[in-house]
Design a protein around this ligand. Structure first.
Ligand code: MLT
Length: 412
């Protein structure tokens, strides 16, 4: 008899973005003449920039020669990329991170999901609500969530930290002690940010309670305002309590190319039941060596090229153009009478749906009546109900057209 991991039976039917894709595919099949504009999943639309393409071409030619051939690379990533990350993403911001504290991977989604491997099953997990579903689902799969309460749409052992207009999208400290805290800023899905002072409260909490902050900074390149931290390590003390996830997906359009990294400073410790302090870097390194053979050489050369002078300019131009879409969408929605949040330091615009509608009802109406796809807030958690997310990662043309359609639409 092969017994299954029954935690999977405790999960909701389908991953949010798969549910949406299925609904859209059904609608498209039934209405082949409609031009659907997809502003749902946060997938980029701009091609990979020339600096990265040139680096990939060069790397491809190199591995076709005897001298340049590469077999298995270091599981943690090539030194050239780890050093470029240290120099550009940390040293340049006055943060002291060492190359061996960086682990290059094939995506922040996998990293955020896989990190649970190194934590005990009985850790208490806190997530913001609404939240990127991966943090919750992977803790359900690994047995940390407790039972699902259908009525509340919540798991009994998870601590939910509401982030809504009522608290200005700033999560409050939990009333009970928690061990693992997921924070994502600029936030997915709300597009809102925390200042250094806001984050310091969490770092202090984690220090006091020997908790770990799992900080997802996948959207940091979209920060436009001065006092918003690009890395949690800008906050004093964070190097003792935080693991940071970063990605080339949204920054450099690598959603299909695949490259990201995790930072685990040597000073971040977990504990055995006997109270012994253990470096989390060591555990993650051990896990990485066992379960991963590294990101391809060609892709790592492309990631390195994002830090070249040309590469930096080219990816900045793409980010600026997504931010311009965000402005178009946000301003257009406000002109159409919607209240919006985010969209300033983020590619996501979070809007309030009309009071007499649920997020999914709004999703259906928007799809059927104006053929625009977004993401219902409740798909990100119960406190997302009443909200809706649009992404600025579409083309400029589609962003403008989607907004024109919404402006000319009678939602009620
Ligand atoms: C999103 O739409 O929330 C993200 O694109 C999903 C992801 O990055 O995996």
């Amino acid at each position: 008899m092969s017994y299954i991991n029954e935690n999977f039976l405790n999960m909701q039917d389908s991953y949010l973005f798969s549910t949406i894709a299925k609904k859209v595919a059904k609608y498209t099949e039934e209405n082949p003449d409609k031009k659907i504009i997809k502003l749902g999943i946060g997938d980029v639309t701009k091609p990979i920039v020339p600096a990265c393409i040139a680096a990939m071409h060069k790397a491809v030619d190199e591995i076709g020669t005897q001298e340049g051939f590469k077999g298995y690379g270091p599981e943690q990533g090539y030194e050239f990329l780890r050093n470029a990350i240290v120099e550009n993403d940390y040293k340049a911001r006055g943060i002291d991170i060492k190359a061996d504290e960086i682990f290059v991977s094939d995506g922040a989604k996998c990293d955020c999901g896989n990190i649970v491997d190194i934590f005990a099953e009985d850790n208490k997990v806190a997530i913001t609500d609404p939240v990127y579903p991966v943090y919750l689902d992977t803790n359900v799969m690994s047995g940390r969530s407790g039972k699902y309460n259908k009525e509340k749409d919540m798991y009994e052992n998870i601590v939910y930290l509401p982030v809504t207009a009522e608290n200005n999208f700033k999560p409050e400290l939990p009333k009970e002690k928690v061990d693992m805290i997921y924070l994502c800023f600029p936030n997915n899905p709300t597009g809102t940010v925390l200042t250094k002072e806001d984050l310091k409260v969490w770092v202090d909490y984690a220090k006091e309670n020997n908790s770990i902050i799992l900080y997802d900074a996948a959207y940091e390149a979209f920060i436009t305002e001065e006092d918003i931290p690009h890395s949690i390590y800008e906050v004093e003390g964070a190097k003792d309590v935080a693991i940071e996830f970063k990605s080339f997906s949204k920054t450099a359009g690598f959603t299909g190319v695949r490259c990201a990294y995790v930072v685990i400073p040597h000073t971040v410790k977990g504990y055995t039941k006997a109270g012994e302090e253990i470096e989390l870097n060591k555990l993650w390194n051990r896990r990485t060596c066992t379960k991963f053979n590294g990101v391809s050489y060609v892709v790592q050369r492309a990631a390195e090229a994002t830090y070249s002078e040309e590469g930096k300019k080219q990816i900045r131009a793409n980010i600026e153009s997504y931010l311009e879409n965000a402005k178009i969408i946000k301003n257009g929605l406000e002109d159409a009478g919607f209240t919006t949040y985010g969209g300033v330091n983020s590619p996501y615009i979070w809007l309030q749906v009309p009071k007499d509608m649920t997020s999914w009802e709004f999703f259906d109406k928007l799809l059927e009546e104006v053929n625009v796809v977004g993401t219902p807030g409740s798909g990100f958690g119960p406190h997302g109900e009443g909200y809706f997310r649009l992404t600025a990662f579409g083309t400029k043309e589609n962003s403008i057209e989607a907004i024109e359609r919404i402006k000319n639409w009678k939602v009620n």
